[in-house]
Design a protein around this ligand. Structure first.
Ligand code: FAD
Length: 412
């Protein structure tokens, strides 16, 4: 029996490890178009960009792990086509790989900007090790760095660049940074933080074109007429899920590869996990496409368990594991650890615990008097307990009082 995993990101790497942890002894192959063994992306905009981590610290597990566990990794190989009838993958070098069960962990790619001057050198996306290696070369010689997009990745890059002594500008087309994911208060918190460090943040500002000099970017022209001198530009305007090989094979997709609660696609032998999926969340009662490590890891675990069940006990669908997690996420900027669970933007009331000025606090978000989300700055204990409060009705004044141990509220 052969299980093949397409994609060597967090989901692909975790799925292979989980298959062995669950005792699967058949063949496991990871096919990944990148030239690296499975790696984690979060350090790419943080410690790997700053030079604090070398590439070995970015890998999910050392190469030896896969050798010991008998997991084959085929790097630098792209799956071009899935032949579902024959259970075969056709790769870019014409290699054909057979599968009994297939996991699509194809992730996503950076969205690019289609504006004049995009072909100039010095303009980068940030999704892969290769991207960051190129950014680091350009960053070393750059004076002025412009970041297009005020999301978490853009702001993490801004933090690294300003600490490296660059002149940094962030362009955000919305009226506030982090608008898609954070409340106005958290947007304001991060706005003030970055401003205090010297980052220039321009909101309601869209990049219209790039100007160059000798083939290299020299400035960004904005919708409001501003021209921003830039010798390095990082484009952080979101991602596009990699669904094409699934779609071309007739697997159902819609803003991601459609899976059910068991991480199963519309083909009974093909599962999917991670950023590429559009999946149901029974706790939130809606479908989601997420871009986060905890989701990629959990879906990979669920998909692996279910691939094994479908091999070993194909007639026992009642044994399948269902995915049901409240989404959570983190971001590191300067010396601040931000953690978030649930969707704060859905709330109708917020209770803050701790002190915003001292950069040590947690916000608890309510809807109809139940906690639906929380975010925390430099407060990992509060965050851990906040996760246990989701869905509960708690005494708001006790929640706001740092003298009341949060643990006592989790048991009510
Ligand atoms: P990916 O990591 O995208 O991996 C998919 C892999 O599949 C890629 O290597 C791709 O090349 C390969 N592939 C695709 N198609 C094919 C094919 N046809 N053939 C062969 N190979 C293929 N999340 C957090 O929770 N916290 C953070 O702080 C955080 N920071 C981030 C910082 C950066 C810079 C980035 C880019 C992301 C960050 N994320 C963070 C998001 C997180 O990294 C992703 O959610 C996670 O990587 C998703 O893992 P994945 O395995 O689903 O997909």
């Amino acid at each position: 029996m052969a299980i093949v995993i397409v994609g060597g990101g967090h989901a692909g790497g975790q799925a292979a490890a989980s298959l062995r942890q669950e005792g699967y002894e058949g063949s496991v192959t990871i096919v990944t178009e990148e030239n690296y063994i499975p790696y984690q992306r979060p350090p790419l905009s943080k410690q790997y960009l700053s030079g604090e981590f070398d590439v070995n610290k970015v890998y999910l597990r050392p190469e030896k792990f896969y050798e010991t566990k008998g997991i084959e990794i085929r790097t630098g190989l792209t799956v071009n086509e899935i032949n579902r009838k024959e259970h075969e993958l056709i790769c870019n070098d014409k290699t054909v790989i057979r599968y009994e069960k297939l996991l699509l962990a194809t992730g996503a790619r950076a969205r690019t900007l289609d504006i004049a001057g995009s072909e100039l050198s010095g303009i980068h996306s940030l999704r892969t090790i290769k991207d960051v290696d190129a950014i680091r070369v350009d960053m070393a010689k750059a004076n002025s760095v412009t970041i297009i997009g005020g999301g978490y990745i853009g702001l993490e890059v801004a933090a690294v660049a300003i600490e490296a002594g660059k002149q940094v500008t962030v362009l955000e087309m919305e009226d506030r940074i982090l608008k898609r994911v954070a409340t106005p208060e958290m947007s304001q918190f991060y706005y003030e933080l970055h401003r205090s460090k010297g980052v220039n943040i321009l909101t309601n500002c869209t990049a219209n074109s790039f100007q160059g000099n000798g083939g290299e970017v020299s400035s960004v022209h904005c919708s409001n007429g501003l021209e921003i001198a830039s010798d390095l530009v990082i484009v952080g305007v979101g991602i596009v899920p990699n669904v094409e090989i699934a779609e071309n094979a007739g697997i159902k997709t819609s803003n991601g590869i459609l899976v059910n609660e068991y991480c199963l696609t519309s083909d009974p032998h093909i599962f999917a996990a991670g950023d590429c999926t559009n999946h149901p969340n029974p706790l939130l009662e809606r479908r989601l496409r997420l871009e986060s490590v905890p989701n990629a890891m959990e879906q990979a675990r669920v998909a692996s368990a279910n691939m094994l069940i479908s091999i070993e006990k194909p007639n026992a669908p009642e044994l399948l594991k269902a995915y049901a997690s409240i989404p959570w996420f983190w971001s590191d900027q300067y010396n601040l650890k931000f953690q978030m669970v649930g969707f704060p933007t859905d709330s109708d009331e917020v209770v803050t615990r701790g002190n915003v000025e001292s950069e040590h606090f947690a916000n608890f978000y309510f809807m109809d008097d139940a906690v639906i989300a929380a975010d925390a700055i430099n407060s990992p204990r509060e965050f851990m307990l906040a996760k246990q409060l989701i869905g509960k009705t708690v005494d708001k004044s006790a929640l706001a009082d740092p003298n009341v141990d949060l643990k006592t509220l989790t048991t009510t």
